[in-house]
Design a protein around this ligand. Structure first.
Ligand code: GMT
Length: 376
């Protein structure tokens, strides 16, 4: 199949999922066209089936807001015609599903009918899409998609609760490429640089937005390091980072916390981590938790959104109510207190992650693509 993938090219989970999906589809022989405003961070282009087309938005002083949706829909029209693309797969409803629908309409005018699959990722529904300023356009573009998927059952339920959606929503969970991880062979090579032998390494990776409850991470770690020798690895960047750095200073634990900023060495960092923290306010799925589990790192998370569909309580880690930092710290210590318990949780985390292997998930998308093309 010839498929156009529209996504955010940044470090966010939706862009990562879209990129990894496109790359795996390309490996399976599909022709994949990424259409975004920048090359996606995880996009390796060395594959004859992978194409990248940049959406350019010329700056014009009249515009207070540059019309990205217009440029994107025009680019989609041009690329569909040029490469005879058969299907659009847009990740994140805002504004991609809207721009995709406009492209479909323009193409229809020229006698080209192309189906659109929209994948909902979370904040496009729960935090941003639900805002009254966007809601009508988001509802409209979801209802106009040929096929709608969501990354968890919880997100599917939220979408039906928050919007007036008449379409069936197919749940296709996010995935992980376990073969790649097994072949990396990075294990522990940097550990001795990052921490002393006796220290446990606790890690958090995110975009440091409010929804991630960054202060909770510091508070949980504070309680952990009171009881056992430990280091905290904070990976990523965003609006909450400066406050987090300050909080570490206030608590006098700055020597035990390393802030990496955005990093391309996520796998390296996870390979030497002992525990992953994700106490988010809400999380449609929690891809970062799954990535940690794939590296055999157990997860302490909140129980909000789709997290319980990924992190199994008492098996791959523990779940607590949002904001219950005492319980999260207690659970973390339960896992970290002995090598034996930690190893058991490590083994379980990997076992759970295996259920989300890309090999199991990718055919679900392929089947929906075929269905969409057949019904067009
Ligand atoms: O919140 C983020 O980490 C970024 C956001 C995004 O749009 O990329 O992530 C959302 O999509 C990810 C991939 O499907 C999910 O794993 C995240 O749980 C989801 N974030 C939220 O729901 C807050």
């Amino acid at each position: 199949m010839k498929i156009a993938i529209v996504c955010y090219p940044t470090f966010g989970g939706s862009g990562v999922v879209a990129t990894e999906l496109g790359l795996e589809l390309a490996h399976r022989g599909h022709e994949i066209h990424f259409i975004t405003y920048r090359q996606p961070v995880r996009l390796a282009l060395l594959n004859p089936n992978v194409h990248y087309h940049e959406v350019n938005v010329p700056e014009y002083p009249l515009f207070h807001y540059q019309p990205y949706e217009l440029a994107l829909s025009s680019k989609l029209v041009d690329m569909v015609k040029l490469y005879k693309i058969e299907l659009l797969h847009v990740h994140y409803a805002i504004p991609h599903a809207y721009a995709g629908y406009m492209a479909k309409q323009m193409l229809k005018d020229e006698g080209i009918i192309i189906p659109m699959v929209t994948t909902l990722h979370g904040t496009d529904i729960t935090l941003v899409g639900n805002h009254p300023f966007y809601k009508p356009a988001v509802s409209f573009s979801i209802n106009k998609s040929d096929i709608v998927t969501s990354v968890s059952q919880s997100l599917k339920d939220d979408t039906y609760n928050l919007f007036n959606i008449k379409k069936e929503i197919h749940v296709i969970p996010n995935f992980i490429e376990l073969d790649k991880i097994r072949n990396e062979g990075l294990i522990s090579c940097q550990r001795s640089v990052m921490a002393k032998k006796e220290e446990r390494i606790v890690t958090h990776i995110s975009n440091f937005r409010k929804v991630k409850r960054i202060p909770d991470i510091i508070k949980i770690f504070y309680k952990i390091q009171e009881k056992i020798p430990a280091k905290l690895m904070m990976v990523g960047d965003g609006p909450e980072k400066a406050k987090a750095e300050q909080l570490c200073e206030d608590l006098c634990i700055q020597d035990k916390v390393i802030f990496f900023g955005n990093s391309n060495e996520i796998d390296q960092i996870l390979s030497f981590s002992d525990l992953f923290l994700l106490p988010s306010e809400t999380e449609s799925f929690g891809l970062a938790a799954l990535e940690a589990m794939a590296w055999s790192v157990p997860v302490i998370s909140s129980n909000s959104g789709g997290l319980s569909e990924v992190n199994f309580d008492g098996i791959s880690g523990y779940l607590s109510d949002v904001g219950d930092v005492d319980n999260m710290a207690e659970n973390a210590l339960k896992i970290l207190e002995s090598d034996e318990t930690l190893n058991q949780f490590r083994t379980n985390a990997l076992e759970v992650a295996k259920q989300f292997d890309i090999k199991n998930i990718l055919p679900l998308y392929e089947n929906l693509y075929l269905q969409a093309i057949k019904n067009t």
